[in-house]
Design a protein around this ligand. Sequence first.
Ligand SMILES: Nc1ncnc2c1ncn2[C@@H]1O[C@H](COP(=O)(O)OP(=O)(O)O)[C@@H](O)[C@H]1O
Ligand SMILES: [Mg+2]
Length: 312
Amino acid sequence: MKLRVDGLSVRFHLPGAEVHAVTDARFELREGRCLALVGESGCGKSVMAHALLGLLPGNATVTGHAWLDQDDALDPASEPAGGSLDLVAAPEKVLARQVRGRLVGLIPQSPAAHLTPVRTARAQLAETLRELGRTETPDLLARRAGLRPEDLDRYPHQLSGGMAQRVANALALAGDPPLIVADEPTTGLDRPLVDATMAELRRLCDEGRAVLVITHDLRAAERVADEIAVMYASRIVELSQAGPFFSGPLHPYARGLLDALPSRRFVPVPGRPPELTRLPDGCAFLPRCPLATAACEDQPLMNGKRVACHHA
Ligand SMILES: Nc1ncnc2c1ncn2[C@@H]1O[C@H](COP(=O)(O)OP(=O)(O)O)[C@@H](O)[C@H]1O
Ligand SMILES: [Mg+2]
């Protein structure tokens, strides 16, 4: 299994404005590998995740491709030749029946809020298993996710943050999908739980799944990721193996993010990101960049390189 994101863009149409939420994203992710997508709040990370699952609202336009290459084809009647499915072009019926939960599992941002408040964890797991046509019991799934069966009798508001996280993991894994997308899975968790969640994602990866983890926590990303994609104002501006990235980020914004870590200089990147309704023609980081020159009025592109910057 391999995910190939190729020129993926998302625009939201609002009255009198257009939000450029994702612009020309390109990356690959294969089984056994973990890619961390990092960047400040509002840069387009969740929108990218939702685009892969066909979960965007009606005012969104998605262009480009997100190919899911499979080793063994799905239902031959609905499958294009070659076992490749374009998640962008796939009709809702295919996304609902074959993709969500079966090929791509989503661990959502703030899992507690995502659970139905009036139903127990067991009821929600049972329903998901039924929908997926799986024969496992909720108890088995719970144990695999590190929960005790009696935890499943709780309602979402009775779950601790760590338990809600585990229920969300169990739900995302119920259909044994080869690709897991985890959107800020550690928001609101304390450090030991962050570490446990990251270790769990790494284990899923080492078992042979592909994992896309979205986080603004670079320290968490460092624990789990093989590769790092840095997103700024809707674009991926650096795409690098984790080792070289953490020892020497190339993009000035990526350097700024690392310098902001308490374990490093603890100095935040000055300034604020631009509005995604009014992006400049050139580099969107220009007003915050220590290296900016006139050349930056032209949009720097990755073009197969590791970084989109005229000066890196
Ligand atoms: N349904 C929507 N309509 C208009 N704009 C949206 C919609 N959903 C998200 N956005 C905008 O898209 C941008 C990216 O959001 P998001 O992907 O959630 O950021 P983050 O990187 O924090 O996950 C934000 O500016 C957000 O306001
Ligand atoms: Mg988000």
